[in-house]
Design a protein around this ligand. Structure first.
Ligand SMILES: Nc1nc2c(c(=O)[nH]1)N[C@H]1C(S)=C(S)[C@@H](COP(=O)(O)O)O[C@H]1N2
Ligand SMILES: [Mo]
Length: 378
């Protein structure tokens, strides 16, 4: 007996180019927002040397907005990607699988696009819950694959431009011949996909867009939960800092005229109050009232010129976020404080007691807690 292997035949009418285009343009828009905001985030966290001085410190809510959009567009892209893959999966069974070298190349680029997209959305989502079940470090790999996906996506759009053009508009030539039933089915599918996007967005976006926090269902950190009404990523205990003893605390300011301050001396300097958000790269953000000493005042006292870069060093001895740097725009901005108080109270140890950096338009990871040293860099 001879066994015949046959590929499945798909009769479903929703696996066509029209549906793929409808979902694809929303997916493309989500990926575009995700890529651009991801670049901004990467640039602000790891500025190349030539740009490090020029990172703007305004608008103060800038990073909160772009990183909120980054996480929200990544979450919204997830149901869109699943729907898009469902629409086109019959093509996996295309026969013959490779018609020509050109066709082979195109399929290879789609494989890269699909694998890269699934990788980016999965690693991004797991990062928002701080779960890293992989051996590589998240930031550089997520960043590199972002470029790979964008390249593959542009290629895909170029290859498919004729179909996309034919199905882009409601009255495109491709649609005219469709029976009414098909159009109704497609509308149902697209409505369901839209509803999924709306649902995942509504139930997560409150972690940074606080007016919607009442609908927050799936977010690792509620913007209200934490000491002094502000979430905490790494506690003082986890950082190995614990509660810093007032009498032992010293702030060292290293510059042309270096000096040391005790906590009482720091508290005796002119205090300023600012309203600024902590905007964590993982997606939550929360505005708060901070007060403390202006970093610009501390630097001036050390004889630093206005064009300097500054390194902020924590009392924390180990861990990736114990040191941060800032350019002169942040260092000189009157909103940039070495904060001693939060929402009218002394800082909780988990928020960096006795002193933490708070600056406008700056990723949360760079808002260094338990600051023990400011170093003026040449
Ligand atoms: N020394 C030190 N500072 C740190 C961190 C850290 O782990 N160590 N975490 C950073 C991160 S990732 C964020 S989002 C903010 C959170 O500040 P909060 O805990 O006061 O809300 O602190 C930042 N400052
Ligand atoms: Mo963070």
């Amino acid at each position: 007996m001879k066994l015949r292997f046959s590929t499945p035949v798909f009769t479903g009418r929703l696996h066509d180019a029209r549906t793929a285009t409808s979902i694809g343009r929303w997916l493309g828009a989500a990926f575009a927002v995700c890529f651009v905001t991801g670049l901004i985030s990467h640039f602000m966290q790891h500025p190349p040397d030539w740009a490090a001085g020029g990172i703007p410190s305004r608008p103060s809510w800038g990073y909160r907005l772009t990183q909120g959009l980054h996480v929200a567009s990544g979450i919204a892209a997830t149901p869109l990607l699943l729907a898009k893959l469902w629409t086109v999966y019959p093509r996996l069974f295309e026969w013959p699988p490779l018609r020509s070298p050109r066709h082979a190349l195109e399929r290879a680029s789609v494989a890269v696009l699909v694998a890269g997209s699934v990788f980016e959305l999965t690693t991004g989502l797991l990062n928002t819950v701080q779960w890293y079940p992989w051996p590589f470090s998240f930031v550089p790999v997520h960043y590199a694959v972002g470029w790979l996906v964008t390249g593959a996506l542009l290629l895909h759009i170029a290859v498919k431009a004729p179909q996309i053009g034919a199905h882009w508009r409601r009255r495109s030539p491709g649609t005219l011949a469709l029976p009414a039933r098909d159009a109704a089915d497609r509308r149902s599918l697209l409505t369901a996909v839209g509803a999924s996007v709306g649902a995942v967005t509504l139930t997560t976006v409150g972690q940074s867009f606080t007016p919607l926090k009442a609908f927050l269902l799936f977010a690792p950190r509620h913007p209200d939960r934490g000491p002094q009404g502000l979430p905490v990523n790494r506690t003082a205990a986890a950082a190995g800092v614990g509660r810093v003893a007032d009498r032992e605390y010293r702030l060292f300011v290293a510059g042309p005229r270096p000096y040391t301050l005790t906590l009482d001396e720091l508290r005796a300097l002119p205090q300023h109050e600012v309203e600024l958000p902590i905007a964590c790269v993982e997606g939550w953000s929360r505005s708060a009232r901070w007060s403390g000493v202006r970093v610009a005042d501390l630097l001036e006292r050390a004889g630093a010129s206005p064009e300097v870069r500054v390194r902020v060093v924590s009392l924390q001895l180990r861990g990736g976020y114990r040191v941060s740097e800032m350019g002169h725009r942040h260092a000189r901005d009157p909103l940039t404080l070495l904060a001693l108080r939060l929402n009218g109270e002394e800082l909780d140890p988990d928020h960096g007691y006795p002193a933490r950096l708070i600056a406008p338009n700056r990723p949360g990871v760079l808002q260094t807690k338990w600051v023990g040293r400011l170093e003026v860099l040449s």
